[in-house]
Design a protein around this ligand. Sequence first.
Ligand code: C2O
Ligand code: CU
Length: 452
Amino acid sequence: MKNCALLLILTACNPHKVESLVLAQSALQTGEPMRQPAAAVDLDPDPNVLRIELRAQVLPPGHISGFRYAYNGQVPGPTINLVLGQTLEVELINELDNGTTIHWHGLNIPNAMDGVPWERGPVVAGGRFTYRFTVSQAGTFWYHPHFNTEGQVDGGLYGALIVRDPADEAASHDLIALIDDRAEARADVEQAAGPAHGHARLKRRWLVNGHSAARLDLASGSAIRLRMINVSNHGYLKLNSDSARLIGSDQGPFLVALGVNETVLAPGDRAEFEFSLGADNQSLNNLPYTLYGGDALGDPKPLIELVASGNANAPPPLALHAEARQQHADPGYADIIWTFAGSDRSAKWFINGKLFSEVEPETVSLGSVVILEVRNLSPTEHPFHLHGHHFEVLSRNGVAPLHVEIEDTVNVRIRERVRLRLVANNPGDWMSHCHILPHAEDGMMTVLRVLP
Ligand code: C2O
Ligand code: CU
């Protein structure tokens, strides 16, 4: 904290000096270049179809970052690169010794392709399943299992799915950063502290694309689009930067970019940042943040550093295509209220007093506008995620957001009441749950039933 305060004072006097000082120190500590996960290989010559194979595999013991599973032998799994309107066909080959599925987080696709075992059961060990759907949303998404989810995602089964809009100006570097946290897998740390204690969970080791460093060596004059996905089971990121611009979130680019003072990225969340690199180095820092109440003690740490070479000027901002979305006023009533409660001590996490799977689905009719209120009465934060739809955040504790906010995952802080508006335009039973995966596993899931 002391260093942080000092840094802030110094920054006010001379930003460049302090920034390069911080960078020089951290570059010595880390120094490893940030890697990009290998992209999925298209097995179909048709330009409108991307056909790939994903093998869910058990890794041999002793994998470098402690991962136990992988898609096609890599963590993160292959990046799926799509263009708006393309069809994706994925053959999942289950080589695990347990069931699995793939869920396409953030995509509004037909219910049968959503990868939840609620009605159909998982793809059994040794089994195969083909997912097939067309993409109509541009943005940064991800995929992960939805069966034994906590263990399988933590074990390394996750990857990025990017849908590009041909109307966007291409960045010089369009990069992906899947952020994971490895403290969660260390049983010794958890047990030493006791499950209800929680402090040990603050000892996080953040991984960017499976590796512990993220240094980007780039030519000055580059325009960088960085797509960040928090795939951690329960680790929160709070990001800040002197130079980055926040250009989008869960559901693609904003109409107007925002400066990055502080952006909380909860598990399941995505954010897109833009850096216009001149001759000076830049960085994206992570501030301590805990689900047990937000800001925590400690200094900001560089998560991703951009090290510039050359003397070219910073390029102008990218021209991105964003939909002009209308901001809706909060009508005051609610069609559905979901109250989140529970505690680490009981390891039971409830929605409206019920544990999944003993839930009564909330039923709405196809095409209806649904006002959904999520109330958090528990002592931890919860990132609420809804399948098959995106929603607009109407208000948080009665206060409307400053700009239109369209999400599929929204963090609900302690004692917060978040009100959401969605159009129920996708028929089926849709999982609605906390994306802190241990909470979901311990009951914090329910179902929104959209009747045709
Ligand atoms: Cu990212 Cu129901 O999940
Ligand atoms: Cu939760």
